[in-house]
Design a protein. Structure first.
Lengths: 116, 443
């Protein structure tokens, strides 16, 4: 359904497939297209995000609903319609994508607790 | 102090007594004990309440007398000496003494079948002779049960078993306490009012579901209790005799990322923030079941930014693991008990990868771990979540000792300090349990 360059988590594919025209939230990892082993600096991350969002906006003809760039870890959180995200996932700078909202919790419940 | 009937009569001419009536004069108990006390009413007011006992009680009340040594008069005298309102007691006593307005000389406790009042020697004799009196007692003097010895003490440091097992207390004695080191802590939050934690924060943050930091930054609080416990193990200060913190002078950059939904953006925002806070270590007792790449690039990024990722491996037992605690790039932590056995719940798994195929990398104390409880106090928890902050704290001690050390060097020192737990398989414990003294020497 979506032609994607990135490694995409199956739950995100499922959310995009079922979204219709509703917005979806995705968490992306960015790398420079020419060197995907190198971890970008915060400044490079900002430029990568700016470039890739502008490119997709020009292609789709509208902006995302909102974005949040986590510069220190080169992560870009995007809320957008499925068409915008589908185009974003084709960009060579996007190396991994997963849905923001997950079915499973990360919480590891303790096995037991007692008063001290 | 005189406290027999005879002593009191000899000393004061009167004595306060409890008169136990024979069973026929006892009213059926009414409800809770408090109700019985509430029924301790002056005899004059008892007529309607205990009609069946009335004739006997009224007869006996004649043998009691108002006295300056009675409890009521003592209250009145105390009120006078302390200049308490006369209406509260003294005027009552003065009023009660007047012949024209006889105040009830005794109290009757119908549910108990007792009368309490003051009598002189003649009154005692009359009561003893009365056919409905079972016994005459001197009221016991109630007082606080005091300890047999009291001495001021300075709370003694009571290290948790985990701190002792890792030999971290020996580093504390050398002045290595994590001072100057900031440890990242992503969890359910942490109670900043807890005595062991209130001085432990470098910063606190809370992120919304899209990863935006809430502003103004809230004061540290816990949406659960998991985070307060793990924070206490990393950097809890010694309070009330409990030394719960492995690095009790380290500071926490703690963020609430896990409660109320499963938004990945919150955890990532926490990781991003931890790097910005200048942390050398990230303690994260969180993870998805099984193996997933979702945090792989992020864990590599943490390392590239100089942050040692110390992650829990999971609580699902042998043959299981959680991500990111099962990455080769993470310092993966399982749990052991004070009996030097790997906890049955502690996850462990072998992967078909050349680097670091076995997880966890090591085990640490994670059974019966005493740490902070939200709202004050302490509680024990079991889990690899409890083992993980022990190692994050140990890393903080090593970074304090050698600030220029890289995360690879600190990690290697911890791994190389491990000794195997006897009788446990390599699959379950991998390298075994670290030794803080040895790790310090190896760094």
């Amino acid at each position: 359904m979506f032609d994607m360059a990135a490694n995409v988590h199956p739950e995100l594919i499922e959310q995009l497939a079922n979204a219709g025209e509703s917005p979806v939230q995705a968490v992306l990892q960015l790398r420079a297209a020419h060197d995907q082993q190198q971890i970008p600096s915060p400044e490079e991350s900002a430029k990568l995000a700016d470039d890739v969002l502008r490119r997709v906006q020009n292609e789709v003809g509208r902006p995302p609903i909102r974005t949040n760039l986590l510069r220190n870890i080169s992560s870009l959180i995007v809320e957008a319609d499925p068409e915008f995200l589908g185009s974003l996932l084709k960009q060579p700078e996007v190396v991994y994508a997963q849905p923001n909202q997950r079915r499973e919790s990360l919480f590891i419940p303790p096995k037991g607790k007692r008063p001290a | 102090m005189a406290n027999t009937l005879e002593d009191q009569l000899n000393a004061y001419g009167t004595a306060q007594v409890i008169v136990v009536l024979k069973d026929a004069q006892r009213v059926a108990p009414a409800g809770k004990p408090a109700a019985a006390l509430a029924a301790a009413i002056p005899v004059r007011e008892s007529r309607a309440t205990a009609a069946n006992a009335e004739p006997v009680v009224m007869q006996l009340s004649k043998f009691f007398k108002i006295s300056e040594t009675s409890a009521d008069s003592a209250l009145a005298a105390a009120a006078k000496s302390r200049k308490i309102s006369a209406a509260a007691g003294l005027s009552w006593y003065e009023h009660a003494k007047s012949a024209s307005n006889p105040t009830p000389p005794a109290r009757f406790y119908p549910n108990l079948g007792l009368m309490l009042g003051t009598v002189d020697r003649q009154g005692v004799q009359a009561l003893q002779a009365h056919g409905q009196v079972a016994q005459i007692l001197v009221p016991p003097i109630l007082s606080l049960i005091r300890p047999t010895a009291v001495a001021a003490v300075k709370p003694k440091k009571q290290y948790t078993w985990g701190i002792k097992r890792l030999k971290v207390d020996k580093l504390h004695k050398q002045g290595i306490t994590g001072e100057g080191i900031i440890v990242g802590h992503l969890d359910t939050g942490a109670d900043g009012k807890h005595p062991a934690l209130k001085a432990a924060f470098h910063a606190f943050a809370e992120f919304d579901d899209f990863g935006f930091e809430k502003t103004p930054a809230p004061k540290p609080w816990d949406s659960d209790e998991h985070g307060t416990h793990t924070a206490g193990t990393i950097a809890g200060r010694t309070r009330a005799g409990y030394a719960i913190g492995v690095a009790p002078k380290a500071k926490l950059a703690s963020a609430m990322v896990i409660e109320g939904g499963n938004a990945i953006a919150r955890v990532l925002a926490g990781m991003d923030w931890v790097i910005g806070q200048g942390c050398r270590i990230l303690s994260m007792s969180l993870g998805f079941r099984g193996y997933t790449d979702d945090f792989l690039i992020l864990t590599q990024t943490l390392r590239a930014r100089g942050v040692l990722p110390v992650f829990a491996v999971g609580n699902e037992g042998p043959g299981t693991s959680r991500s990111p605690g099962n990455y080769a790039e993470a310092l993966s932590i399982g749990a052991s008990g004070s009996n030097d056995k790997v906890a049955s719940f502690s996850s462990s798994r072998e992967f078909a990868r050349p680097a670091d195929p076995r997880v966890p990398d090591l085990v640490a104390p994670g059974v019966g771990t005493i740490s902070a409880k939200p709202g004050g106090g302490y509680q024990q928890m079991d889990g690899t979540s409890m083992a993980t902050p022990h190692i994050a704290g140990l890393a903080a001690l090593l970074f304090q000792h050698k600030p220029a050390a890289t995360i690879d060097q600190v990690e290697k020192a911890i791994l190389d300090s491990c000794t195997l737990l006897p009788g446990e398989s390599a699959q379950r414990q991998n390298r075994g349990i670290p030794d803080a003294v040895k790790a310090l020497a190896l760094l």
